[in-house]
Design a binder for this molecule. Structure first.
Ligand code: SF4
Length: 340
Protein backbone atom coordinates (compact mmCIF):
# COMPACT_ATOMS: atom_id res chain seq x y z
CA UNK A 1 0.00 0.00 0.00
CA UNK A 2 1.28 3.47 -0.86
CA UNK A 3 1.21 5.99 1.96
CA UNK A 4 2.19 9.62 2.18
CA UNK A 5 5.03 10.18 4.61
CA UNK A 6 6.72 13.35 5.81
CA UNK A 7 10.22 11.89 5.91
CA UNK A 8 12.56 9.47 4.25
CA UNK A 9 13.07 7.92 7.60
CA UNK A 10 9.84 6.52 8.87
CA UNK A 11 9.98 3.04 7.42
CA UNK A 12 8.78 -0.26 8.84
CA UNK A 13 12.11 -2.00 8.27
CA UNK A 14 13.76 0.30 10.79
CA UNK A 15 10.97 0.20 13.37
CA UNK A 16 12.86 -1.60 16.15
CA UNK A 17 16.29 -0.08 15.64
CA UNK A 18 17.96 2.55 17.78
CA UNK A 19 17.86 5.96 16.13
CA UNK A 20 21.33 7.52 16.13
CA UNK A 21 21.02 10.47 13.77
CA UNK A 22 17.89 12.36 12.82
CA UNK A 23 18.07 14.93 10.03
CA UNK A 24 15.07 17.14 9.38
CA UNK A 25 14.46 19.79 6.72
CA UNK A 26 18.17 20.36 6.26
CA UNK A 27 19.15 22.97 3.67
CA UNK A 28 22.68 24.09 2.87
CA UNK A 29 23.29 27.08 0.63
CA UNK A 30 26.39 28.73 -0.81
CA UNK A 31 26.54 32.41 -1.71
CA UNK A 32 28.21 32.76 -5.08
CA UNK A 33 28.77 35.71 -7.42
CA UNK A 34 26.03 34.36 -9.68
CA UNK A 35 23.50 33.89 -6.90
CA UNK A 36 22.61 31.46 -4.13
CA UNK A 37 23.46 27.82 -4.81
CA UNK A 38 21.24 25.35 -2.96
CA UNK A 39 23.55 22.36 -2.44
CA UNK A 40 21.21 20.47 -0.08
CA UNK A 41 17.50 21.19 -0.16
CA UNK A 42 15.15 20.21 2.62
CA UNK A 43 16.60 16.75 3.31
CA UNK A 44 15.04 14.38 5.87
CA UNK A 45 16.91 11.24 6.76
CA UNK A 46 17.41 8.91 9.73
CA UNK A 47 20.39 6.71 10.53
CA UNK A 48 20.13 3.75 12.90
CA UNK A 49 22.83 2.31 15.13
CA UNK A 50 24.67 -0.60 13.57
CA UNK A 51 23.64 0.05 9.97
CA UNK A 52 25.57 1.12 6.91
CA UNK A 53 23.61 3.71 4.99
CA UNK A 54 24.89 4.45 1.51
CA UNK A 55 24.37 7.89 -0.02
CA UNK A 56 24.67 7.83 -3.80
CA UNK A 57 24.20 10.16 -6.73
CA UNK A 58 26.12 11.96 -9.44
CA UNK A 59 28.90 14.44 -8.64
CA UNK A 60 27.49 17.68 -7.27
CA UNK A 61 24.22 16.12 -6.04
CA UNK A 62 24.91 17.25 -2.48
CA UNK A 63 25.92 13.96 -0.85
CA UNK A 64 29.33 15.17 0.40
CA UNK A 65 27.83 18.49 1.48
CA UNK A 66 25.28 16.58 3.54
CA UNK A 67 28.10 14.60 5.20
CA UNK A 68 29.96 17.81 6.08
CA UNK A 69 26.75 19.46 7.30
CA UNK A 70 26.25 16.64 9.82
CA UNK A 71 29.69 17.54 11.20
CA UNK A 72 28.84 21.27 10.95
CA UNK A 73 31.87 21.61 8.73
CA UNK A 74 30.42 23.65 5.87
CA UNK A 75 33.11 26.14 4.88
CA UNK A 76 32.12 29.74 4.04
CA UNK A 77 30.58 31.06 1.84
CA UNK A 78 28.38 28.03 2.57
CA UNK A 79 26.05 27.74 5.53
CA UNK A 80 23.30 25.56 6.96
CA UNK A 81 20.28 27.79 6.50
CA UNK A 82 17.56 25.62 8.00
CA UNK A 83 17.13 22.23 9.57
CA UNK A 84 17.57 20.04 12.58
CA UNK A 85 20.37 17.59 13.35
CA UNK A 86 19.83 15.35 16.36
CA UNK A 87 22.67 12.98 17.13
CA UNK A 88 22.54 10.52 20.00
CA UNK A 89 20.30 12.86 21.99
CA UNK A 90 22.31 16.03 21.24
CA UNK A 91 20.92 18.90 19.18
CA UNK A 92 23.92 19.51 16.92
CA UNK A 93 22.50 22.78 15.61
CA UNK A 94 22.33 24.20 19.13
CA UNK A 95 25.57 23.03 20.78
CA UNK A 96 28.46 25.55 20.97
CA UNK A 97 31.41 25.11 18.61
CA UNK A 98 33.61 23.86 21.50
CA UNK A 99 31.20 20.95 22.14
CA UNK A 100 30.97 20.33 18.41
CA UNK A 101 34.78 20.03 18.25
CA UNK A 102 34.64 17.37 21.00
CA UNK A 103 31.90 15.50 19.11
CA UNK A 104 33.97 15.65 15.91
CA UNK A 105 37.01 14.44 17.78
CA UNK A 106 35.44 11.51 19.53
CA UNK A 107 31.82 10.68 18.65
CA UNK A 108 31.73 11.18 14.87
CA UNK A 109 34.72 10.24 12.71
CA UNK A 110 35.05 11.34 9.13
CA UNK A 111 37.09 9.41 6.57
CA UNK A 112 37.93 11.26 3.38
CA UNK A 113 39.04 10.07 -0.05
CA UNK A 114 42.60 11.14 0.80
CA UNK A 115 43.47 10.10 4.38
CA UNK A 116 46.57 12.31 4.27
CA UNK A 117 44.25 15.27 4.81
CA UNK A 118 43.34 13.86 8.25
CA UNK A 119 46.64 12.35 9.41
CA UNK A 120 49.38 14.55 10.83
CA UNK A 121 52.31 14.05 8.41
CA UNK A 122 54.96 14.61 11.11
CA UNK A 123 53.40 12.24 13.64
CA UNK A 124 54.01 8.49 13.63
CA UNK A 125 51.04 6.13 13.33
CA UNK A 126 51.46 4.89 16.91
CA UNK A 127 51.08 8.44 18.27
CA UNK A 128 47.86 8.92 16.28
CA UNK A 129 46.33 5.69 17.62
CA UNK A 130 47.54 6.05 21.20
CA UNK A 131 46.13 9.58 21.38
CA UNK A 132 42.79 8.28 20.11
CA UNK A 133 42.74 5.42 22.64
CA UNK A 134 43.49 7.79 25.53
CA UNK A 135 40.59 10.11 24.64
CA UNK A 136 38.34 7.63 26.46
CA UNK A 137 40.87 5.73 28.58
CA UNK A 138 42.53 8.70 30.23
CA UNK A 139 43.90 6.59 33.09
CA UNK A 140 45.58 4.10 30.74
CA UNK A 141 49.38 4.22 30.70
CA UNK A 142 51.26 4.85 27.46
CA UNK A 143 52.63 1.29 27.60
CA UNK A 144 49.13 -0.20 27.91
CA UNK A 145 47.83 2.08 25.16
CA UNK A 146 50.76 1.00 22.98
CA UNK A 147 49.88 -2.67 23.50
CA UNK A 148 46.29 -1.88 22.58
CA UNK A 149 47.46 0.00 19.46
CA UNK A 150 49.50 -3.06 18.42
CA UNK A 151 46.47 -5.35 18.78
CA UNK A 152 44.30 -2.89 16.89
CA UNK A 153 46.67 -2.41 13.96
CA UNK A 154 47.10 -6.16 13.58
CA UNK A 155 43.30 -6.54 13.56
CA UNK A 156 43.37 -4.13 10.62
CA UNK A 157 45.74 -6.45 8.79
CA UNK A 158 48.83 -4.25 9.21
CA UNK A 159 52.00 -5.55 10.87
CA UNK A 160 52.64 -3.89 14.23
CA UNK A 161 56.11 -2.73 13.18
CA UNK A 162 54.34 -0.27 10.83
CA UNK A 163 53.21 1.64 13.93
CA UNK A 164 56.64 3.29 13.85
CA UNK A 165 56.02 4.62 10.34
CA UNK A 166 54.90 8.09 9.36
CA UNK A 167 51.72 8.39 7.24
CA UNK A 168 53.60 8.97 3.98
CA UNK A 169 55.43 5.63 4.45
CA UNK A 170 52.16 3.65 4.27
CA UNK A 171 50.26 2.75 1.11
CA UNK A 172 46.89 4.41 0.40
CA UNK A 173 45.03 1.27 1.47
CA UNK A 174 46.96 1.10 4.77
CA UNK A 175 46.26 4.76 5.48
CA UNK A 176 42.52 4.16 5.00
CA UNK A 177 42.79 1.19 7.40
CA UNK A 178 44.50 3.43 9.93
CA UNK A 179 41.61 5.92 9.61
CA UNK A 180 39.17 3.12 10.43
CA UNK A 181 41.48 2.13 13.31
CA UNK A 182 41.32 5.66 14.71
CA UNK A 183 37.51 5.58 14.59
CA UNK A 184 37.59 2.21 16.44
CA UNK A 185 40.07 3.53 19.01
CA UNK A 186 37.85 6.54 19.60
CA UNK A 187 34.83 4.22 19.82
CA UNK A 188 33.09 6.64 17.46
CA UNK A 189 29.30 6.25 17.35
CA UNK A 190 29.21 7.24 13.71
CA UNK A 191 31.73 6.99 10.86
CA UNK A 192 31.09 9.21 7.85
CA UNK A 193 33.15 7.79 4.99
CA UNK A 194 33.27 10.11 1.97
CA UNK A 195 34.41 8.22 -1.15
CA UNK A 196 36.86 6.15 0.96
CA UNK A 197 37.84 3.80 -1.85
CA UNK A 198 38.05 6.20 -4.80
CA UNK A 199 41.83 6.54 -4.67
CA UNK A 200 42.44 2.78 -4.21
CA UNK A 201 43.03 0.27 -6.98
CA UNK A 202 40.40 -2.47 -7.39
CA UNK A 203 42.29 -5.16 -5.44
CA UNK A 204 43.06 -2.89 -2.49
CA UNK A 205 39.49 -1.60 -2.65
CA UNK A 206 38.12 -5.14 -2.41
CA UNK A 207 40.39 -5.90 0.57
CA UNK A 208 39.34 -2.67 2.28
CA UNK A 209 35.64 -3.44 1.76
CA UNK A 210 36.13 -6.99 3.12
CA UNK A 211 37.78 -5.55 6.22
CA UNK A 212 35.06 -2.94 6.67
CA UNK A 213 32.38 -5.66 6.42
CA UNK A 214 34.14 -7.74 9.07
CA UNK A 215 34.65 -4.77 11.39
CA UNK A 216 31.07 -3.62 10.91
CA UNK A 217 29.84 -6.97 12.23
CA UNK A 218 32.46 -7.31 14.99
CA UNK A 219 32.08 -3.77 16.35
CA UNK A 220 28.46 -3.00 15.36
CA UNK A 221 29.68 0.05 13.43
CA UNK A 222 27.33 2.71 12.15
CA UNK A 223 28.55 4.09 8.84
CA UNK A 224 27.27 6.75 6.47
CA UNK A 225 28.97 5.76 3.23
CA UNK A 226 29.06 8.51 0.63
CA UNK A 227 29.97 7.18 -2.79
CA UNK A 228 29.27 7.42 -6.49
CA UNK A 229 30.21 3.73 -6.80
CA UNK A 230 27.06 1.61 -6.94
CA UNK A 231 29.14 -1.57 -6.64
CA UNK A 232 30.50 -0.44 -3.26
CA UNK A 233 26.95 0.19 -2.08
CA UNK A 234 25.86 -3.30 -3.13
CA UNK A 235 28.85 -4.80 -1.27
CA UNK A 236 28.47 -3.03 2.02
CA UNK A 237 25.24 -1.16 2.66
CA UNK A 238 22.07 -2.11 4.49
CA UNK A 239 20.06 0.83 3.20
CA UNK A 240 20.60 3.38 0.46
CA UNK A 241 19.61 7.01 -0.05
CA UNK A 242 19.70 8.28 -3.64
CA UNK A 243 20.28 12.01 -4.03
CA UNK A 244 19.55 14.13 -7.07
CA UNK A 245 20.22 17.87 -7.36
CA UNK A 246 20.40 18.43 -3.60
CA UNK A 247 17.28 16.44 -2.74
CA UNK A 248 16.62 12.85 -1.73
CA UNK A 249 14.93 10.96 -4.55
CA UNK A 250 14.59 7.50 -3.00
CA UNK A 251 15.47 5.60 0.20
CA UNK A 252 15.25 1.82 0.45
CA UNK A 253 16.81 -1.33 1.81
CA UNK A 254 19.69 -2.23 -0.46
CA UNK A 255 18.02 -5.31 -1.88
CA UNK A 256 14.77 -3.52 -2.61
CA UNK A 257 16.59 -0.63 -4.27
CA UNK A 258 18.61 -2.86 -6.57
CA UNK A 259 15.84 -5.31 -7.42
CA UNK A 260 12.96 -2.89 -7.63
CA UNK A 261 14.07 0.75 -8.03
CA UNK A 262 11.08 3.09 -8.15
CA UNK A 263 12.32 6.60 -8.89
CA UNK A 264 13.12 7.16 -12.60
CA UNK A 265 16.47 8.69 -11.62
CA UNK A 266 17.44 5.59 -9.58
CA UNK A 267 16.37 3.40 -12.49
CA UNK A 268 18.59 5.41 -14.85
CA UNK A 269 21.49 5.34 -12.41
CA UNK A 270 21.34 1.55 -12.05
CA UNK A 271 20.89 1.03 -15.79
CA UNK A 272 24.04 3.09 -16.40
CA UNK A 273 26.20 0.62 -14.47
CA UNK A 274 28.09 -1.85 -16.72
CA UNK A 275 27.04 -5.44 -16.12
CA UNK A 276 27.81 -8.83 -17.62
CA UNK A 277 24.28 -9.20 -19.04
CA UNK A 278 25.13 -6.44 -21.54
CA UNK A 279 27.05 -8.99 -23.59
CA UNK A 280 28.49 -6.40 -25.98
CA UNK A 281 25.32 -4.28 -26.06
CA UNK A 282 25.39 -0.53 -25.63
CA UNK A 283 25.40 0.83 -22.10
CA UNK A 284 22.38 2.93 -21.11
CA UNK A 285 23.16 6.63 -20.93
CA UNK A 286 20.89 8.96 -19.01
CA UNK A 287 19.72 11.93 -21.08
CA UNK A 288 20.92 15.43 -20.18
CA UNK A 289 23.11 16.73 -17.40
CA UNK A 290 22.58 17.43 -13.70
CA UNK A 291 21.08 20.91 -13.30
CA UNK A 292 22.75 24.11 -12.21
CA UNK A 293 21.75 24.45 -8.56
CA UNK A 294 21.82 28.26 -8.69
CA UNK A 295 18.76 28.12 -10.87
CA UNK A 296 17.37 24.56 -10.55
CA UNK A 297 14.37 23.27 -12.53
CA UNK A 298 10.95 23.96 -11.00
CA UNK A 299 8.86 21.19 -9.45
CA UNK A 300 10.65 17.85 -9.60
CA UNK A 301 14.24 18.77 -10.36
CA UNK A 302 14.65 15.63 -12.48
CA UNK A 303 11.86 16.54 -14.92
CA UNK A 304 14.07 17.84 -17.80
CA UNK A 305 15.80 14.43 -17.91
CA UNK A 306 12.95 12.15 -16.92
CA UNK A 307 11.50 9.75 -19.52
CA UNK A 308 8.17 9.72 -17.59
CA UNK A 309 7.78 13.46 -17.01
CA UNK A 310 4.20 14.78 -17.02
CA UNK A 311 2.84 18.32 -17.01
CA UNK A 312 2.55 18.47 -13.23
CA UNK A 313 6.21 17.40 -12.76
CA UNK A 314 7.50 20.87 -13.68
CA UNK A 315 4.78 22.64 -11.71
CA UNK A 316 5.14 21.28 -8.19
CA UNK A 317 7.53 19.25 -6.10
CA UNK A 318 6.26 15.69 -5.43
CA UNK A 319 5.86 14.77 -1.79
CA UNK A 320 7.56 11.89 -0.06
CA UNK A 321 5.72 8.56 -0.38
CA UNK A 322 6.24 5.21 1.34
CA UNK A 323 5.59 2.70 -1.44
CA UNK A 324 6.18 -0.39 0.67
CA UNK A 325 7.79 -1.06 4.05
CA UNK A 326 11.29 0.38 4.00
CA UNK A 327 11.03 1.84 0.52
CA UNK A 328 10.14 5.48 -0.09
CA UNK A 329 10.45 7.94 -2.95
CA UNK A 330 9.33 11.35 -4.18
CA UNK A 331 7.73 11.09 -7.61
CA UNK A 332 4.41 12.18 -9.11
CA UNK A 333 3.98 8.76 -10.75
CA UNK A 334 3.01 7.30 -7.38
CA UNK A 335 0.89 10.23 -6.29
CA UNK A 336 -1.08 9.63 -9.51
CA UNK A 337 -1.81 6.11 -8.23
CA UNK A 338 -3.13 7.49 -4.93
CA UNK A 339 -5.26 10.05 -6.75
CA UNK A 340 -7.01 7.31 -8.77
FE1 SF4 B 1 9.92 11.95 -13.46
FE2 SF4 B 1 7.83 13.41 -12.74
FE3 SF4 B 1 8.67 11.43 -11.20
FE4 SF4 B 1 10.08 13.63 -11.41
S1 SF4 B 1 8.05 13.48 -10.53
S2 SF4 B 1 10.85 11.58 -11.48
S3 SF4 B 1 9.75 14.16 -13.55
S4 SF4 B 1 7.80 11.25 -13.23
Amino acid sequence: MIAQSDTAAETHSTANKELLLRIRNLSVNYTTRRGMLGAVDNVNLDLYRGEVLGLVGESGCGKSTLGKAIMRMIPPPGRIDTGELHFNGADLMAVPERTMREIRGSRISMIFQDPMTSLNPVQRIDRHIIEAIRVHKTAMSVAEANEMAERLIERLGIGKRRLRDYPHQLSGGMRQRVMIGLALALKADLIIADEPTTSLDVIVEAQFLDLLRELKDDFNLTILLITHNIGVVAELCDRVGVMYAGRLAEVADVESLFLDPQHPYTQGLLNSVPNIKLDGGELYRMAGQPPNLINPPSGCRFHPRCPHAMARCSQAEPSWMELKPGHSTACWLYEEQIDK
